[in-house]
Design a protein around this ligand. Sequence first.
Ligand code: BG6
Length: 485
Amino acid sequence: MALSDFDLVFFGGSGDLAMRKLLPAMYARDVCDDLPATARIVCVGRDAFSQEEFLRFVEKNSKPHIKETPADATWARFLQRIVYVALDATDAASFGPLAEALRQDAALTRVYYLATPPHLFATICDNLARTGLATPNSRVVLEKPLGRDLASARQINLDVGKVFAESQIYRIDHYLGKETVQNLLALRFGNILFEPLWRREWISDVQITIAEKIGVGNRLGYYDTSGALRDMLQNHLLQLLCIVAMEPPTSIAPDAVRDAKLQVLRSLKRFTPTTLAQNIVRGQYRSGHIDGQAVPGYRDEPDAPKGSRTETFVAMKAEIDTWRWAGVPFYLRTGKRMADRLAEIVVRFKPIPHSIFKQPTSSFQPNSLVIRLQPDEGLSMNLMAKTPGDSMRLKQAELELDFREQFTSPRMEAYERLLVDVLRGQLTLFMRGDELEAAWEWVEPILEYWEQNDSAPLPYTSGTWGPAAASALIGRDGLQWREEA
Ligand code: BG6
């Protein structure tokens, strides 16, 4: 469905995210003829580029991130949409050129995408209000990190809320734009099969893993003040957990889904210093090998502070105190420089109560459902089946659904999907303010505990599945991470 006309403003418009993700996402929509001829992309930055210089900058820094090399004509058409505006986001007096670049038509969709460090959110919103650019029908998109603790997240909500109503605010978690995450909604609420089983009576445990092979790259400045808990767990992993665990929402309407997710966040069992020490493992990568290549340890990355205690890995056992989930462990894990790049959710069902075959009950692998987000998108269901032949021997077999094979329609990258939703005014895949605060509220005692106890992360060799303590954490319950089984 083609979009209606818009002015889309990227603050941080010459930054890394704009070049790598946002402009390529808009190009992908343009190439599908989804963008109205007059739709505009206004890139705002501090650098004093002329329009021509900026377009050359885009050519050099953004074009290489487009999957299929653009044809000259479509690329030229795309560039024509882009306007560069240099301004100082902290100085309302410098917003004049932005006002000039925007069309004064109340029927147009106007979006401000703040791909800037979060300390600028308040100032930018305030300056948009002062200069009359924050109109009642404009929308604002907030890019992560959305705070570094509960207080700063609340402050962001408060500051942005002074200028924009909640219904105008789009808080991005790009994991919600991933196709398989939305497919999880389809799986749970488009089939009758799972819902009766989706509870403590039938599910024994859930594992959610986001493992990356990449290290911290050139983001050390940001990452060293953040760490895996803030960077990945507080947002992406908790959002996945919410979608797995939430009660059926009454509809796909934004508040119905967000209310259901909020309930999960508020039902997460709070950690105490004792349960924290037992149920969370933090790690930091040391040198090792990724795909046969030697890679440095975190502390040897360029500009890494000596003896940094920032974690690049975290694993934990969480629990949800509701009738549906009481007693079901949710094992969460994420790390950089791990053995493989993979993001998946594993739902394991309870074992059969009794074997009618000669095989002992213990030889039956419990059924499991694996929902894969990365590297490929798919779903597999593990069942016990008879092996061919004259004896009644059962073995684990896999029912596999490969989304790429099954559906040939073109796919959208996460940012592409989310940008389209912003432009259409669909809030379902964005976090509401209270959700954001509830996630921080749960995570904060962990951060405080680490700070107060001056705890150092455990070292792990790059190219492995993290510190041995992470295997021990799940091993204590007689289980294994799926890749280590
Ligand atoms: C970002 C984190 O939010 O997600 C990065 O800041 C991480 O550290 C990235 O690498 C992972 O996203 P994806 O889509 O590549 O799994």
